[in-house]
Write a protein of this length. Structure first.
Length: 436
């Protein structure tokens, strides 16, 4: 038994509620179990319980053992003075209120159907040799009706978008409510395509957008500021090819511009950018040059995004290519055997999914304009689904993964609920536990 399961049993009254009594023999009538609390304080608030004919309204605290009250140091916490009943599995010691009166205790041990405990245990003890060890309910999944599955898909998609939007709004407030700067940093971060996200975010936070905008007409200067601040421009070597004027130009421009703007002391370390396990087309050097192309083509990134009518217009916005040098090199001084591809359709789709859509959702929340949320959801429904290990696992269970809305839902479902075994908070898991 654990507190999650015990709270679930209490919340939905999956126990024999006939002739309930406290450990002291007082009669109990549950009028309202209360609202589950996700913040600090008692587990359930606004509960309504009649004990020995006296009606109480207050909080309920859930513990596996009553002694956990002391273990969790609730006795000296004023937030728990509102508790009207202690619901436990095992009552091992009496608990007293600050006024020395005994806190009423309801022990559920012996009142819960064994089938509920067994079904929960089967989800928690999923074996590693199953086809999809990360999905605890995989064996029972086919028996769940489609309505419950679709309900969970809708729910987790909104949860995922809300979490991502919250990160955007954190940047927005850190940038003194400047949407253009926030968009620049948020998009810049996602040009790192996950592995290099932290480095790209730091790069955009060191070099403000307003500095880059002054040099939009000089692409080599944009690249110099970005590559130089990233710490990626190599020092002059004795054996450097004298024909490699590009590197020398970057070096000279960065030295001048970093002195002009006083940013040289903020230069990043080369090791902050990861190259291992990446294809050359995804190297940070290539992505930085493409990011510079985005900036030089768009004076108002944020306005361009929120005014976009459809996914096609976003693809035009992100129709980017790196400079000529990076068409034939993947690192400084290293020629590529074949031409390095420009930003492809799949990469653009990932930018829309992971950067553009959350930005739009954040703006919808900040402005309280649901039309932008609707637009974001429509875009996800127009983009093909991501193909990765998680989506393939869901497909083995019969889930149809057609659009980015599907794949984003399933990724959130898997990462937040399945791998953490939060089955009781999942529509499907809860249905399996309580099924008769």
């Amino acid at each position: 038994m654990n507190e999650d399961l015990l709270g679930f049993i209490w919340q939905f009254q999956y126990f024999d509620a006939v002739n309930l009594k406290t450990e002291e023999g007082e009669t109990i009538q549950i009028i309202r179990t209360g609202h589950k609390n996700t913040n600090a304080g008692p587990d359930f608030s606004n509960s309504r319980i009649r004990i020995d004919g006296v009606e109480w309204i207050g909080s309920v605290e859930i513990h596996t053992k009553s002694s956990d009250w002391l273990l969790h140091q609730h006795s000296g916490d004023g937030a728990y003075e509102s508790v009207i009943m202690h619901v436990v599995w095992e009552n091992d010691i009496p608990i007293f209120r600050p006024d020395k009166t005994l806190l009423p205790v309801l022990s559920l041990k012996g009142l819960v159907r064994l089938s509920i405990l067994e079904r929960y245990a089967s989800l928690m003890n999923v074996q590693e040799f199953y086809a999809s060890p990360g999905i605890p309910c995989q064996e029972q999944f086919p028996i769940i009706n489609e309505l419950q599955k679709f309900s969970m898909l809708d729910r987790v998609l909104l949860e995922r978008l809300d979490k991502k939007a919250s990160k955007v709004l954190e940047l927005y407030h850190a940038n003194q409510q400047d949407w253009e700067e926030t968009t620049y940093q948020w998009l810049g971060q996602h040009f790192g395509f996950k592995l290099n996200d932290p480095a790209f975010l730091r790069l955009t936070q060191i070099i403000p957008l307003k500095i880059l905008q002054k040099h939009r007409s000089q692409f080599i200067q944009l690249e110099a500021l970005l590559f130089g601040t990233a710490g990626l421009i190599p020092n002059k070597a004795d054996d450097e090819n004298p024909e490699d004027l590009y590197i020398e130009t970057l070096r000279r421009e960065y030295q001048f511009l970093s002195n002009k703007y006083g940013t040289s002391y903020l230069q990043m370390n080369t090791h902050e950018f990861k190259f291992l396990r990446l294809r050359p087309a995804g190297f940070p050097t290539i992505r930085i040059s493409q990011f510079a192309d985005l900036i030089t083509k768009n004076g108002n990134l944020f306005s361009s995004i929120i005014s976009a009518k459809n996914v096609q217009s976003l693809h035009r916005l992100f129709n980017l290519k790196q400079s000529d040098y990076w068409m034939h090199h993947f690192q400084f001084g290293k020629l590529s055997k074949s031409q390095v591809p420009v930003m492809g359709k799949d990469a653009v789709n990932l930018l829309i999914i992971n950067a553009v859509v959350p930005l739009l959702v954040a703006y919808s929340k900040q402005r309280q304009q649901p039309d932008y949320l609707d637009k974001a959801l429509n875009w996800l429904s127009e983009i093909p689904a991501e193909n990765n290990r998680i989506t393939r696992e869901w497909e083995t269970l019969g889930m149809k993964v057609k659009t980015a809305a599907d794949s984003q839902s399933l990724i959130e479902w898997y990462n937040h609920y399945c791998t953490n075994k939060k089955c009781l908070e999942c529509t499907v898991g809860a249905a399996l536990v309580r099924s008769t």
